[in-house]
Design a protein around this ligand. Structure first.
Ligand SMILES: [Zn+2]
Length: 394
């Protein structure tokens, strides 16, 4: 390997928290050193923070980043001070923060490996913070498939596996490693590889991040959420808290339904189906009412008006049934979740104008257009009566 390549300390000694370094460059409140422990961010991992001790004084390092000139350490400086090049300083890493990034990042390597191995599914994107891993997969997997991967991840974590850092030049990389590298290939002069499983490694990727020495340090991974291709996982203490909170919710649900496990799932699915049928029937009924609404309308101030309470029907269904209304009619509906819906087919009586008057009067939120508007009527007494009063006072 070419001897000119200096391996950064965050690669060669990821558990080292302090080092003496020499200032090599100064740019306003940003410094460069001959060596650094600070990871400059990238690959979904945030940059390191910490502090420097310069002439017996400590200054916080609030950000680290890399540009074409090298790695810059941004300082938070409250007073007027000039940093001298060639001066020795002590660099001190915020270790608890760094270590809490290393764990989810390393866990992501394992998760991505298993998604690939068990489901032939690639990781398109990955991000981390102290507690959470976010992975965007190339496929929309079923919850059961994801849980199998999570179980296998936790089994390997429990068993432990070495995480090895390998740095080679492009020639050696192409010859020895390229063919068995998962994910993106590297074109850099020097390639940093991370292998899970030590000597008989089972996963190899190009990665410039910082990792734990052994996967057993992670403790455990918990599935937090799934939205199509995007999965979120929690690690460590936060993960345990989350898992217990979720279990608490399930226990409450079990209490309400007096069912457990698959039976609980069945009863919830049945209830949803029943509700869909009820909604469907209610909408049909509402359509019928809207088609034959004239006899139920009264004249207020010359306008055809009617109102009713429908606590079981939501906005979309009311809107869809409202298409059946004849012209020159104004309807007020006290609907689900204390929402008042105003529907107008009378151009002279726009629904949004009446809504605005009501909003002014009762101090609430709402909006809409000439034909359909809605507003919240929490704690409002006799809202339908109020609409009548407004129309009669026009
Ligand atoms: Zn990595």
């Amino acid at each position: 390997m070419n001897k000119e390549f200096i391996v950064p300390l965050y690669w060669s000694a990821p558990y080292q928290t302090e080092v003496i370094a020499r200032i090599t460059s100064v740019r306003k409140n940003e410094l460069q050193f001959n060596q650094t422990l600070f990871y400059p961010g990238g690959g979904g991992q945030l940059s390191d923070t910490g502090s420097i001790i310069y002439l017996d004084e400590e200054f916080p390092i609030i950000e680290t980043y890399k540009d074409e000139e090298g790695i810059w350490h941004k300082l938070d400086i409250k007073k007027n001070i000039t940093f001298q090049e060639n001066q020795d300083v002590l660099l001190r890493l915020d270790w608890s923060k760094r270590y809490s990034y290393m764990k989810p990042h390393s866990a992501q390597h394992l998760l991505s490996h298993l998604f690939h191995k068990m489901n032939n599914c690639d990781t398109e994107k990955a991000n981390f913070d102290e507690l959470r891993i976010e992975i965007e997969l190339s496929k929309n997997l079923a919850v059961n498939q994801i849980l199998k991967v999570v179980n296998e991840t936790n089994r390997i974590i429990e068993q432990g596996a070495e995480v090895r850092s390998i740095i080679v030049d492009q020639e050696e990389y192409s010859k020895e490693y390229l063919s068995r590298t998962r994910g993106k290939k590297s074109k850099e002069g020097f390639v940093r590889l991370i292998e899970l499983g030590g000597e008989e490694g089972f996963d190899l990727v190009c990665c410039g991040g910082v990792h734990v020495k052994n996967l057993s340090e992670i403790k455990g991974v918990f599935l937090e959420s799934k939205k199509e291709h995007t999965l979120k996982f929690l690690v460590n203490q936060k993960g345990l808290l989350f898992a217990n909170e979720q279990r608490g919710l399930m226990l409450k649900l079990e209490e309400i339904t007096t069912k457990k496990g698959e039976k609980l799932l069945e009863i919830v699915e049945n209830k949803i189906k029943e509700n869909e049928i009820l909604q469907f029937n209610s909408v049909n009924l509402l359509r019928l009412i809207f088609q034959n609404i004239q006899p139920y309308c009264k004249k207020i101030n010359g306008y055809s008006f009617t109102s009713f309470t429908l606590p079981e029907i939501d906005r979309l269904h009311i809107q869809s049934a409202a298409k059946e209304l004849d012209s020159d009619i104004f309807v007020a509906i006290h609907g689900r979740n204390e929402i008042l819906y105003l529907i107008s087919t009378n151009g002279k009586l726009p629904a949004n104008e009446i809504t605005n008057t009501l909003i002014e009067k009762i101090g609430t939120k709402g909006g809409g257009n000439k034909g359909f508007a809605q507003l919240s009527i929490k704690n409002v007494k006799e809202p339908l009566q109020l609409v009548e009063e407004i129309i009669s006072s026009l």
